[in-house]
Design a protein around this ligand. Structure first.
Ligand code: HEC
Length: 167
């Protein structure tokens, strides 16, 4: 009995140690997997939330002039009878994607006035700083960008990186 007991004791102390190491490793891997999955999920959810918010902002505050499908106003390159430019499209046929992020952000927040436009320039583009939070502005920009084809997106990304490097 004593021998069996000792053997059992050995088994009890010896085997589980190795088992535990393996189990701990498995648990760690599992925990790591779950954590990265959760973080990835949160990132995806954040992105999805931003897109929903961006579309809400766009539909409510921008679509009236820039068009429900970002198509802009007709003849947007020609000044109207008051000498002002109509609202340009925000899709790939316009020139929104020619500007880096900080310029787009500034135009939306402060309007087309210095430093985002010439002094005394008269524009129908309102300044949205009093109506929209910075987060709303970032969301509407993300929404607009999501409508660009790959080429325009990459170009604008590059412009933003260059502008950030020069600042
Ligand atoms: C009342 C009409 C009107 C509304 C509403 C409006 N815009 Fe504009 N927007 C314009 C006009 C007009 C221009 C052209 C400005 C100019 O050059 O005179 C413009 C220009 C812009 C530009 C610069 C585009 C470029 O290629 O230079 C951006 C960016 C922009 N608008 C974003 C927005 C966003 C985002 C909203 C909604 C939050 C919005 N606008 C709402 C009329 C409007």
């Amino acid at each position: 009995m004593a021998t069996i007991g000792a053997t059992r004791g050995n088994i009890v102390t010896h085997v589980p140690k190795r088992c535990m190491r393996a189990q701990n490793r498995k648990r760690l891997v599992l925990l790591w997997g779950l954590t990265s999955f959760a973080l990835f999920g949160v990132a995806l959810a954040d992105e999805a939330n931003q897109m929903v918010r961006g579309k809400l902002v766009y539909d409510r505050f921008c679509s009236l002039c820039h068009g429900a499908n970002l198509e802009g106003q007709p003849n947007w390159r020609k000044r109207n009878e008051l000498g002002k430019l109509p609202a340009p499209p925000h899709d790939e046929t316009g020139h929104t994607w020619h500007h880096p992020d900080h310029i787009l952000f500034g135009i939306i927040k402060f309007g087309v006035k210095p430093p985002y436009g010439p002094p005394d320039y008269e524009s129908d583009m309102p300044a949205w700083g009093d109506t929209l939070s910075d987060e709303d502005i970032r969301a509407v920009l993300a929404y607009i960008k999501s409508k660009w084809p790959e080429k325009q997106r990459r170009y604008q990304d590059e412009m933003t990186k260059q502008a950030e490097g020069n600042r």
